[in-house]
Design a protein around this ligand. Structure first.
Ligand SMILES: Nc1ncnc2c1ncn2[C@@H]1O[C@H](COP(=O)(O)OP(=O)(O)OP(=O)(O)O)[C@@H](O)[C@H]1O
Ligand SMILES: [Mg+2]
Length: 337
């Protein structure tokens, strides 16, 4: 069976006219991303703030149109789908927005917002059925008693509560894929694990695939332990593969640096760890990205070639891809190094 979603050479360019300087700001938020999302699988998408995670998530869900039309749902270009096929795609691929306030209509109660898709997709026939369905879901996401939340307006709830409501909304119509954009970033640590477990449960029981977007490697590791990880840097995927394999033997210098920055619980090892000597801690300006490899100004191994040639995401072993000219030369990275 083919992949559920296929991204082929995705490009996304934002052009903003800055009112202040009356000049165009051009940001290439995504640069030539290829990816396959299979049914029943979990993918973690990680990277620093501004690297394009949310943009890519919205492209997968058909909420942003990429500059090149390359999103396929069951083999068909989603921007050419019509009628029933389009409705099927829209129902099958759900987004849990990073911005939980913007994602809910401020003039509607939570019940009004969440019952609408249940009626639209004929999951509930009347208000009572919708209420029962939502009550069950609210229990799963830790919002009890449900009536305390269902008749409120979005502004009357906390960020963490709204995030859980968005997760309940995505789950309510049993999609095939949920793109969850930082879904637990505002939730207390105590509840975080139970929401991650809920997603894992939904994956196991109903085969729902997840693209879990985060800048936090710890939750990525938890949810995608049996899945894949894509590491992004300034609009490109720089490393991709089975999560365990990637995080135990990171090959791209950017991922090595990210892992060096993760605090580890053993103080002895932690103290002896030397962070990679990144040349600069700042992300380059996305409106004027570096030539060649976009990581080269920060890379501790960078050579002259890296500033000229863009490295392709290439296989280094089976199902493992890295975009780095020097991948064969870079020393092996170990925990506690
Ligand atoms: N609508 C837009 N118009 C112009 N530029 C945009 C727009 N949306 C995103 N960008 C730019 O595209 C780049 C990627 O943004 P994106 O929101 O995808 O990053 P992110 O990885 O999700 O970051 P974060 O971790 O902070 O959520 C950024 O440089 C951002 O400023
Ligand atoms: Mg984001």
């Amino acid at each position: 069976m083919g992949p559920l979603i296929e991204l082929k050479n995705i490009q996304m360019i934002f052009e903003n006219r800055s009112s202040l300087f009356a000049q165009k700001r051009r940001v290439q938020a995504i640069e030539s991303v290829d990816m396959e999302i299979k049914e029943g699988q979990i993918y973690a998408l990680v990277g620093e703030s501004g690297c394009g995670k949310t943009t890519l998530g919205k492209i997968i869900c058909g909420l942003l149109k990429p500059s090149e039309e390359g999103v396929y749902f069951n083999g068909k270009n989603v921007w050419r789908l019509r009628g029933k096929e389009f409705t099927d795609y829209r129902r099958s691929v759900q987004l849990v927005h990073q911005d939980s306030y913007a994602a809910l209509n401020p003039a509607r109660t939570i019940f009004q917002s969440l019952s609408a898709p249940l009626f639209r997709y004929k999951i509930a026939k009347n208000r009572n059925e919708a209420y029962e369905h939502l009550e069950e879901l609210f229990e799963m996401v830790g919002l009890t008693p449900a009536e305390q939340f269902l008749y409120k307006y979005p502004h009357q709830l906390s960020g963490g509560q709204r995030q859980r409501i968005l997760l309940a909304r995505a789950l309510s119509i049993k999609p095939k894929l949920i793109v969850a954009d930082e879904p637990v970033s505002m939730v207390d640590v105590s509840l975080r694990i139970s929401l991650l477990n809920l997603m894992l449960d939904m994956n196991e029981k109903f085969g729902i695939s997840f693209v879990y977007i985060t800048h936090d490697l710890a939750t990525a590791r938890y949810i995608a332990a049996n899945g894949n990880i894509a590491v992004m840097y300034l609009g490109k995927i720089v490393e991709y593969g089975q999560l365990d394999n990637v995080l135990s033997k990171p090959r791209h210098p950017y991922l090595q640096a990210l892992l060096s920055a993760v605090p580890i619980p053993n103080p002895k090892i932690a103290r002896s760890m030397k962070p990679l000597p990144l040349k600069s801690l700042d992300m380059p300006d996305p409106t004027n990205p570096p030539s060649g490899c976009r990581f080269h100004p920060r890379c501790p191994y960078g050579e002259e070639r890296c500033s000229r040639e863009v490295p392709e995401l290439a296989a280094v072993e089976e199902d493992r891809f890295v975009a780095c000219h020097l991948v064969e030369k870079i020393p092996e990275w170990k925990w506690g190094q």
